[in-house]
Write a protein that binds this ligand. Sequence first.
Ligand code: ADP
Ligand code: ZN
Ligand code: ZN
Length: 690
Amino acid sequence: MNDKIYNKLYWYNVALDVPMRTNLFEYKYHSEIQIGTRVIVPFGRRKMVGIVISIILIPTINPLQIKNIDLVLYDFPPFSKAWIELVKFTANYYQRSIGEISVNAIPALLRKVSSYIAKNKKDISPIKKLQENYKKYIHKYHVKKIQEPILNSDQKKAVDVISNIKNFQTVLLYGVTGSGKTEVYLHIAKDILLSGFQVLFLVPEINLTPQLEEVIINRFYPIFGENLLTIMHSGLSDKERLFSWINLYQGKTKILLGTRMAIFAELPKLGLIIVDEEHDQSYKEQHGSRYSARDLAIWRGKNLNIPVILGSATPSLETWLNVINKKYLRLNLKNRAKSLSLPSINLVNTKNIKLVEGFSEIVIESIKKCLEKKKKVLIFINRRGYAPILYCKLCSWLSTCLHCSTFTVLHKIKEKNSYLQCHHCGKNYNIPINCPSCHNNELSFMGYGTQRVEEYLSKIFINANILRIDSDSNKNRYKNIFDNINSKNIDIFIGTQMLSKGHDFIDLELVCILNADMMIFSQDFRASEKLFAQLIQVSGRAGRHNTQGKVIIQTSYPEHEIYKTLLLHDYEYFANLILKHRKMASLPPFSYQALIIAESSKVTLALNFLNKIKEIYYEKFQNIYKHVLMFDPIPLRILRISNIERAQLLIESINRAELHKFINIILYDVELLAKNLKIKWHIEIDPLEI
Ligand code: ADP
Ligand code: ZN
Ligand code: ZN
């Protein structure tokens, strides 16, 4: 009997999450396994969970050396063909292994060997455990009866046009802030859901989920009931995430609302993808695989032949160019849905006036007036902490991190609780009593952060309820903050960019922007695009409900192009202008980029490695890949973080296909070189910062 079983062997390519670009590993098994099934295999001395990616007819290595698959996991159905295609594409495009992408995309409990093999006790499937407590994970919602607004003519047109799109098409819903884009999404989603399909709704940040969740529940729960919605973001517990996956994969859950990671969810009946605030850089993973969830959304839409809606008041220039080239369809929401007009924008020239604690008199007066009217104020300052630098006036000593080439930021929440913190490696330092360099016993601080602004405003506006929202705010507290962003008791919000995105504040009339100039002179060619979008977005929080909003920007450069166009609320003019510059300089979106980052204890070693890559390019490839440009390696702007020094090599081409072909080839040399020189490196495709 046994002989008969072992007579026939099957060989498989299994994807494992190992830090090698080598894609797949070969294993054997005595029976047929479906593609997409998870298996436990030996790897070196460890056991690992992997995913069967393909069946091999003839092994590429000696069959006698091929190891056996230990265990085939049948507790969760095999991943679908469409999903395997998605992870394969992602791996290929972003130059990662299929294992790194696929295994990391699934819930932790499905990829832990310990979930299955613990102390010789086989099959203790986490899914079984979850099913025993199934009820615990079902949310109880309090549904509020909300009057559905009547669509205005722009909204109606957008809904009509998109509802009639039955195949793949990327649509840009270009609507000014507060124009009611959400309402358009909901109308289109409803039709899709009623015809039995699922909707994937992506938002850039966790903080934006509670508000949307509430809207979706109020609107759709009465129609679709218990299995309406699942949320997916990094704040979920392992069990919650597994629960979401199961329900989505079974097609039970209708809507998936999530951050970028949700792009990898199994959605067998996916009929529509919405990417809200598509311009937001949070859609790009900044670590690990460095994928863009927005770009993958478009790929997924194309692969499934379904529509993809990108929404924004400040579309990315990549998207804008695709509209100009008629690849994307643009639909406009020209006016605000509720109030009559966009907020008025006022510049305060701070060049020749005295600021007190960073504030001009005009701003303080305006806050006062606004509070008297019982309206709310938002102060935007893109810097957390108390003050960016501690320094010595006598000898010019500056507070720096011991492990990074950065300054440490003074944090001060009430007098006694002060420390210096490095915002790059996270290390905290005690505040020196004397200057470490000249022993002067009076150290000063420079610049402003959210805590300093909070301290000052609470001294001036004693009766106002002030709330600071940045990543230092107590986590539990700020979950509540975002849940209750429209609570009546808050008068003044102080916050970083966390506050600028997407939130719909009621009764917010005045927005004050304190330090916008900081970004004007950045070397990054995307800086002006980012700044403009950010200013429009922050400004867009003002006056969204029945009250005329007002924005005040303090700047020393009121004549700068950015501010001039901002006054006109003219994103189109701005986008076209910047595109012209980019075209002349042949920069993205008119060209495509990849960045090789090298890390070493000494930057000279990193630079040496990158220079060698450049030499290889000159010797072997320059004449073959004629559109590929390789720039000189340079140290990163922040050279050292946690005692590691970094340098970068920029590769660019006006031809995306050629760039990718070239990268595929040269990375073999890069890997070899890195091994010989013992350099750590990674590649980033379509980097947002160079
Ligand atoms: P956006 O996402 O475009 O910035 P929202 O979708 O948040 O704007 O809409 C802003 C506000 O306008 C919301 O409070 C929303 O309920 C309201 N709104 C949207 N459409 C309409 C409409 N047709 N009539 C009245 N109010 C609307
Ligand atoms: Zn540091
Ligand atoms: Zn000193």
